[in-house]
Design a protein around this ligand. Structure first.
Ligand code: SIN
Ligand code: FE2
Length: 197
């Protein structure tokens, strides 16, 4: 698909463990919490945290970026160097300002959506998968258009930008137990984005 790139096994199993260690060290300072949908306050099935100067959050008031964790009130931890290096290597854009961290335990999913809370849309969206396999779906700029499904596995890197920057995408489901990487099971997705120019 134009604007969409996939690097299978960009991280070796050993590199995945190293990246996971860096992620979990940060999570000790910025714990996963469960966001709720704007308006109806329905809890997400994923748990989230963020790294970097800005974090993406959702609550009853809406979606937005903010500099602090909504539960602890503290600044988000820094984006791990390995992820900044990855961005440098493949993104061709100024550094990311947000790393959204999604934790999918068994049964968690993410409905089709566009990443459009950013004004910096010339930069791509870069996503790293760790842990269980996930059925990822991506389409075009309308919710109803055709979509493609692909299985994202631990160590895979997906990037969408340019004509695909506003592509609808989501996670239909994960395959519980397909990986033993994440303590307690499941999948962690790291999404790097530039937020504002
Ligand atoms: C997202 O779109 O925020 C997450 C995508 C993923 O988990 O792969
Ligand atoms: Fe997204």
């Amino acid at each position: 698909m134009p604007g969409v790139s996939l690097w299978r096994a960009r991280y070796s199993p050993q590199e995945q463990r190293g990246l996971l260690d860096a992620v979990l060290a940060n999570i000790a300072h910025a714990p996963f919490y469960r966001p709720v949908m704007p308006g109806n306050a329905k809890p997400f099935s994923v748990e989230e945290s963020n790294f970097g100067p800005l974090g993406w959050v959702s609550d009853q008031a809406g979606y937005r970026y903010q500099a602090t964790h909504p539960v602890t009130g503290k600044a988000w931890p820094a984006i791990p160097q390995a992820l900044l290096d990855l961005w440098d290597a493949i993104a061709d854009a100024p550094p990311p300002q947000c790393c959204l961290v999604n934790l999918y335990r068994e049964g968690a999913r993410m409905g089709l959506h566009q990443d459009k809370d950013e004004t910096a849309r010339t930069a791509p969206v870069l996503s790293v998968s760790l842990g269980d396999d996930a059925i990822f779906r991506i389409g075009g700029e309308t919710r109803r258009g055709p979509t493609k499904r692909l299985t994202l596995q631990s160590g895979d890197v997906l990037m969408f930008g340019g004509v695909a920057r506003l592509a609808y995408h989501g996670i239909d489901r994960i395959k519980p137990g397909s990986s033993t990487l994440i303590p307690g099971g499941g999948r962690i997705n790291l999404t790097l984005r530039r937020v504002k120019d």
